[in-house]
Design a binder for this molecule. Structure first.
Ligand code: ZN
Length: 422
């Protein structure tokens, strides 16, 4: 039986560096592709640099571990292997974490995998642990007692095969009598379970949530907002101190900047707002940040020629209430904004870029300017967070929409972009 945990790690430093380099490069490419458009270039460059430095450090640590593994006794080698396993996994996770921070994919490579992997390595090593300096057949554990190891050059005529089972043991002898360590196995299994179960509240939190004391439920959801809607619903039933409510509200707002597809924290936020527990400024921020768009237009144009404008939407999020956009239109300077006006409500799902794109261009239109000089291009729309999709848009004679009956939050938004006409 082969016991790789009791021999030094097999990968040479060079091979480990190549592997780490390959994985890092892949991570950097993915990070750059995902980050383009949503992360500034300087930040991206900084991230690439940081990741590269980190990988250099990881290779250095591996070299140290490898050197260490040649000095220590075999029964201590499981720790080296667990170390290498954690090192490799965490290097990859941290690299992805750095590269993808602030994007939709920030949580794709979670820390629990590292803990679970380290635990599994330890358990495997504990199972196959060896103690002492004696040498043994790799297949049947028969003890080799022919003086110096045949690995050594000066060995004189040692048997090339195990007298017990006939396995060619030349160069493959195992040092140390095989003794499983129940303690090491138990520790490893406990660690693996801890990583795979306890660090994944999504498995147990929905069932456990009704029985958890409020402070613990609060802490768990604070640390891991992506923990299942039942737990959020449960939290909505509890009374939180104003400070906790505010901290949780801020947490939800920042979570929503990164993750668009999980509505449960937003539902909790709106329930807290409805109950009057959320400060007005935070409610304003929550809804305002639910729709993020900019006016795209050329910086320069020629008199009388068509100027193509559009809206670049970075985020359009429903909460428990649904988001409707009432698009009034584009305009030049102080003219009424009517170009490209929409007769129907645009819903969040028609505007949101989704998880794979940083932004989505919508509502293209053409404007025309006949006088040279600096002008302002404008886009005007209303945002409505409302209870249902049935409240449809209705433009009034004065050019503004009627406030939907089911609206909990309704605001006019105006975007501007300067253009130089020659
Ligand atoms: Zn044998």
């Amino acid at each position: 039986m082969s016991t790789p945990f009791l021999q030094p790690p097999r990968l040479s430093v060079r091979a480990f560096a190549l592997l780490t380099g390959g994985i890092t490069t892949t991570g950097i490419i993915v990070g750059v592709i995902v980050g383009i458009g949503s992360v500034p270039w300087t930040i991206l460059a900084l991230r690439v640099l940081l990741t590269a430095v980190l990988m250099g450090l990881v290779v250095w640590v591996y070299a140290r571990l490898l050197a260490l593994s040649r000095r220590i006794r075999p029964e201590r080698l499981p720790w080296v292997h667990a170390g290498v396993s954690v090192l490799g996994m965490s290097a990859f996770s941290i690299a992805m974490w750095i590269m993808l921070a602030g994007t939709q994919f920030a949580d794709v490579f979670p820390m629990w995998i590292i803990v679970a992997m380290g635990g599994m390595t330890l358990a495997g090593a504990g199972w196959a642990r060896r103690v002492g300096e004696s040498l043994h057949c790799p297949a049947c554990e028969y003890e080799y007692n022919h003086g110096p190891s045949p690995d050594a050059r000066e060995a004189s005529m040692p048997p090339l095969r195990c007298p017990e089972c006939g396995t060619a043991w030349f160069g493959r002898l195992q040092r140390g009598r095989r003794v499983s360590s129940p303690r090491l196995v138990a520790l490893g299994v406990a660690l693996a379970l801890f990583g795979a179960v306890v660090m994944n509240p999504v498995f147990y939190l929905p069932t456990l949530a009704p029985h958890l004391p409020t402070p613990i439920l609060y802490t768990v959801l604070y640390a891991s907002p992506r923990s299942g809607y039942l737990a959020w619903d449960e939290l909505a039933l509890r009374t939180l101190s104003p400070r906790s409510t505010e901290a949780m509200g801020n947490r939800v707002i920042s979570f929503r900047r990164r993750v668009s597809h999980d509505r449960s924290p937003g539902k909790w936020f709106e329930a807290a707002a409805k109950a009057g527990a959320m400060p007005a400024a935070m409610i304003e921020q929550f809804y305002t940040e639910g729709f993020v768009a900019s006016l795209r237009a050329p910086k320069r144009a020629k008199t009388g020629e068509a100027i193509d404008v559009s809206l670049e939407v970075r985020r359009a999020l429903n909460a428990d209430n649904v988001l409707g956009v009432f698009f009034a239109g584009y305009a030049v300077d102080d003219q009424p904004a009517t170009a490209g006006r929409q007769a129907k409500t645009l819903w969040a799902h028609e505007l949101d870029p989704g998880v794979l794109r940083p932004a989505r261009r919508v509502l293209p239109a053409s404007l025309r300017i006949d006088t040279p000089g600096w002008h302002r291009l404008r886009a005007v729309y209303w945002l409505s967070y409302q209870r249902s999709f049935t409240d449809e848009l209705a433009w009034q004679p004065d050019g503004t929409p009627a406030t939907p009956a089911g609206a909990v939050w309704f605001r006019r938004v105006e975007l501007e972009a300067p253009v130089l006409v020659e």
